[in-house]
Design a protein around this ligand. Structure first.
Ligand code: AMX
Length: 433
């Protein structure tokens, strides 16, 4: 595997640098932290090192320095006018370099190969769950069940030098990423298509294959799936799914345990489940107004009512972003290119015209603009993937690319167990007395 050798070459000087920073500059003060920051979710507190991507409040996400529009231009594609292959952003996050067509092809082939051989007990575990168990319950359970395959655990038991931990981690990550689309499609077909499963087509790319196994085979939908898998892949280190994966991984839990932890976080309505909740909000709006085509005035009144009832408007707001999420924008561009007249897209646009004003008027929402989830479900629905509970699973398949790449880097850097200090309420009171 030439990628492994490449990784060693890139990582050794960086790992040395990390050790030097700790040794020579460990006492350097880098930030002041306020009481408010600690008590409101540690926003802005620099407490993690993540190198796969970085989030700018105004500009949005950059993967190893490249914005989404730049990636659309630079990463290898299946078709010139199509979307970049997610294999490419994985390679970029892993090595720090823009891949060639051959690199991307190699990863596609590796994943197709590694996708084979999911043990039968994983399917038995899924089948033991009720069909109406939320797909995220089934997905996360399957991920844990797959950890019987962990190379890391086996190698650790045999005994291994710390500096080699990254190697079985890499093996586990590659296997896990390769297998997630099969698991996701299996759950989708089990729950929503009477268990009529569709075999993988090894000649397809990773995301195209996912669309195929779900039973949605049009070229446009494959393109949408490639885009979806690209843009959800990473959002720097502090978001719940990335942070949870990193934290659990810091105990040297294997990639399956670590990723399952991240996915349990993704299943929360303030994080990855928001894509499903957007669709519920939107359909309830249509039902309550009694129209398939609500006006801006009607949407405004409904949004104000949501706020009055003490609820959040899903798909809007963000803990870091302060502008329209470029992941929202790129999906809107896709919709405008292929399906500008789709009723759900019209509705998304109308909501976009109104909701930021409603949120701003509350005087407390720090970011009134749409995030990635404000449109993803409407796009998928417009293409016939109208089973909302699968949306967070799709988000999860994509998120594996970033958080698991970072896990390999955590091992390459030799980062230790994470253990921040906590204090009780009296301690905080004493700070101001
Ligand atoms: N609708 C209504 N109120 C909102 C709001 C929204 N979309 N976004 C923020 N607020 C409220 C908060 O609930 C908070 O109210 P409080 O002071 O009464 O508790 C106040 O505005 C200040 O919050 P904030 O600092 O602006 O946001 P945050 O960093 O605490 O939370 C987020 C960020 C995303 C959880 C929040 O904006 C939210 O709940 N949005 C809706 C859910 C959503 O779309 N989540 C997906 C985010 C992206 C992702 O992870 N996939």
């Amino acid at each position: 595997d030439y990628i492994k050798q490449k990784l060693i070459d890139v990582a050794i000087p960086k790992a040395n640098k990390v050790r030097e920073l700790v040794k020579e500059h460990g006492d350097k003060v880098i930030q002041e932290v306020t009481m408010g920051q600690v008590l409101t979710g540690m926003k802005g507190v620099v407490g993690l090192m993540t190198c796969t991507s970085k989030l700018d409040p105004e500009e949005g996400i950059r993967f190893r320095g490249y914005s989404i529009p730049e990636l659309k231009e630079k990463l290898p594609k299946m078709h010139d006018d199509g979307e970049p292959l997610p294999e490419g952003v994985f390679y970029l996050m892993l090595t720090g370099e823009i891949p060639s067509d051959d690199d991307v092809k190699y990863i596609s082939e590796q994943w197709a190969l590694r996708a084979q051989g999911i043990p039968t007990h994983v399917y038995d575990v899924i089948e033991a769950l009720p069909k109406d168990a939320h797909p995220m319950i089934q997905f996360n359970t399957a991920i844990l069940a797959m950890s019987t395959e962990s190379q890391f655990r086996k190698a650790y038991l045999v005994g291994m030098d710390k500096k080699d931990y990254w190697d079985p981690t890499y093996e586990g990550v590659m296997d896990l990423i390769a297998r997630l689309p099969i698991i996701a499609a299996y759950i989708y077909r089990r729950v929503f298509h009477q268990g009529r499963h569709i075999q993988a087509d090894p000649s397809l790319d990773w995301a195209g294959n996912l669309a195929h196994m779900m039973g949605h085979d049009s070229e446009e939908l494959r393109r949408l799936m490639r885009l979806y898998m690209l843009i959800h892949s990473d959002h720097e280190g502090g978001n719940v799914s990335a942070h949870a994966t990193h934290l659990v991984g810091s105990a040297l839990s294997n990639p399956y345990y670590s990723f399952a932890a991240g996915m349990n976080g993704l299943a929360g309505p303030l994080h990855g489940m928001a894509n499903q909740d957007v669709m519920h909000w939107l359909n309830k709006l249509k039902r309550e107004i009694g129209s398939e085509d609500p006006s801006e005035e009607q949407i405004k009144a409904y949004a104000e009512d949501t706020i009055r009832k003490g609820r959040v408007i899903p798909g809007y707001g963000h803990a870091v972003l302060r502008k329209t999420d470029p992941r929202f924008q790129v999906q809107l561009d896709f919709a405008n290119k292929y399906i500008p007249d789709a009723p759900y897209i019209k509705l998304v646009n109308r909501i976009y015209n109104v909701v930021p004003g409603v949120l701003t008027a509350t005087g407390k929402v720090k970011n009134p603009w749409p995030n990635v989830d404000a449109i993803s479900g409407s796009l998928l629905t417009s293409y016939g993937i109208a089973e909302y509970p699968i949306y967070t699973v799709l988000f999860g398949v994509s998120r594996a690319l970033g958080v698991l790449t970072q896990l390999i880097w955590d091992r390459l850097y030799g980062l230790p167990i994470e253990r921040p200090k906590s204090q009780n309420l009296q301690w905080f009171i004493d700070q101001v007395d």
